[in-house]
Structure formats: structure tokens, C-alpha cells
Design a protein around this ligand. Structure first.
Ligand code: HEC
Length: 102
């Protein structure tokens, strides 16, 4: 009887681990990075160094701006930067990714 319970416990644990791994979205920063590469890097450089758009790295003026400024710039556009069509969550992820590079 005891052994049977242990087996059930092991099976349940494995099941929980497997389902936790498969149902979880990909680690947040990696998708923030993908969003950056797909939607921002052409203008802001693959290392945040800036191209058509200004640098966004730790030494840039943008680094000192609050998230609200970033959200506004990304979702509404600014000057020659077109508004980016991203969900609120994608906007959050991409900002989190950029700031994780500082
Ligand atoms: C088509 C090119 C282009 C794309 C794509 C683009 N940007 Fe920009 N971005 C610009 C330009 C140009 C500016 C400068 C706008 C101005 O101040 O007139 C700018 C400005 C900014 C600023 C403000 C910088 C500052 O110093 O005030 C931020 C923050 C920013 N972009 C973030 C992003 C993020 C994040 C993405 C991707 C989701 C992105 N941009 C996509 C061209 C682009």
C-alpha cells in the first residue's frame, strides 16, 4: 500500500513538472528580446547603439526617462518614430528587456 502511494506521488510530481514546463510562456526576457529584434533593432540598433533612431543604451537620455515616457513613445510614436502596434504586455516586455541590458 505504501509503495503504491509513493508511485502515485512520483507520477503526480512528474505530471506537474511537465505541465508546468509546457504551459508556461517562454521566459519573459527572451520574448522581450525577440520583440526588440523584430520591432526596434532596425532603427535603434541590435545593441541599443542607435541607427536611424537614437541610442537607447544606459548612457542615452532615454535611459533616464520613466516607463510612462517609453510606453507613450512606443505606442503613440514620436517625431519620425512610427507608433508600434504591440500589446500592453509586449510593450512591458520590450522595456523590461532593454532595461535589463543596462
Ligand atoms: C522606423 C524606425 C523606428 C522603429 C521601428 C522604432 N523606433 Fe524608436 N525612435 C525612432 C526615431 C527616429 C526616434 C526619435 C524620435 C524623435 O525624437 O523625433 C525614436 C525614439 C524612441 C525613443 C525615445 C528616445 C529619446 O531619447 O527620447 C524610445 C524610448 C524609442 N524610440 C523606443 C523604441 C522601441 C522600444 C521600439 C520597438 C518597440 C522602437 N523605438 C521602434 C525610430 C524607430
Amino acid at each position: 500500500m505504501k509503495k503504491n502511494n509513493l508511485n502515485k506521488f512520483v507520477i503526480l510530481t512528474i505530471f506537474l513538472l511537465v505541465s508546468a514546463c509546457s504551459s508556461e510562456p517562454p521566459r519573459e526576457l527572451s520574448s522581450g528580446k525577440q520583440i526588440y529584434e523584430a520591432r526596434c533593432s532596425a532603427c535603434h540598433g541590435s545593441n541599443l547603439e542607435g541607427r536611424v533612431g537614437p541610442a537607447l543604451d544606459a548612457a542615452s537620455p532615454a535611459a533616464l526617462m520613466p516607463d510612462s515616457y517609453w510606453i507613450q513613445t512606443i505606442t503613440k510614436g514620436k517625431g519620425s518614430m512610427p507608433a508600434q502596434r504591440l500589446t500592453d504586455q509586449e510593450v512591458e516586455l520590450v522595456i523590461e528587456y532593454i532595461k535589463s541590458e543596462y
